[in-house]
Each structure stands twice: as structure tokens, then as C-alpha cells.
Design a protein around this ligand. Structure first.
Ligand SMILES: [Zn+2]
Length: 122
């Protein structure tokens, strides 16, 4: 399995601020010791595969599937919603079918999500 390709964006593309609304809430929550300090926490993670389930169903076991995760947050200064991280992964179709939580992760296509046990932990 190849390492995921990660592109990070450190500042708002509109105003250049580095303050992110949900990330700042998470910092305060960590300081109050109500959250694991190792977690990165952002507004939303959208993930999935660049293959439709019906096409994946026809593909043989071991077929390479391209997966994506887009981590979003909101600029605290101007309100722009933007991608904090773009993550590209390669996975292989396996015999594993749906598991607990797969649909919430945006998966549900019968392939494992490597490293996505906690989707907030990127
Ligand atoms: Zn901004």
C-alpha cells in the first residue's frame, strides 16, 4: 500500500488568516482537557472513492481504487470555508464488505479505509 499523498493549506486563500474556527474551538477544548490532545479536529471530512459502487462490484479482488479525503474548516476572520488538507490514497478491493461505521466515513464500497479508524485524526 502506498503512503497517502497529503497537501496541506496553512492559511485562508481569501484573507491569508491562519485562524480556523473549529480548530480553535478544539484547541480550547484540549486546554480544558476534554479532548485527546493528539487529535486534529476540523469542521468536516468528506471522503470516498473515485469509483462508483456498481463499477467496483464488477472489478476483481485486488483492483486498485483511488480514495480521497477533503478536510474542511472555516476562516475565523472572513468566514471562507476552505480545504485544510487534501489526501489521496490508493487502496485495493478486498473481500471485506461493509463494517461498522463505514457509511459514516463516506465509504461503504467494500474496501478498507487505511488509517481511518478515527476520521478526525489526520
Ligand atoms: Zn479568511
Amino acid at each position: 500500500m502506498n503512503e497517502p499523498e497529503v497537501k496541506s493549506f496553512d492559511q485562508c486563500p481569501v484573507c491569508g488568516s491562519t485562524k480556523r474556527f473549529v480548530e480553535e474551538l478544539a484547541k480550547e477544548t484540549k486546554e480544558a482537557e476534554l479532548m485527546d490532545p493528539r487529535l486534529n479536529f476540523h469542521m468536516q471530512i468528506i471522503s470516498g472513492a473515485a469509483t462508483q459502487p456498481q463499477d467496483l462490484a464488477k472489478a476483481p479482488i485486488g483492483t486498485k481504487v483511488l480514495m480521497y479525503e477533503v478536510v474542511l474548516d472555516v476562516c475565523s476572520d472572513c468566514g471562507c470555508v476552505y480545504a485544510v488538507k487534501l489526501i489521496r490514497r490508493e487502496a485495493k478491493k478486498s473481500t471485506r464488505l461493509f463494517g461498522p461505521g463505514d457509511l459514516q466515513k463516506g465509504g461503504g464500497v467494500g474496501i478498507p479505509f487505511p488509517g481511518a479508524q478515527n476520521p478526525r485524526n489526520n
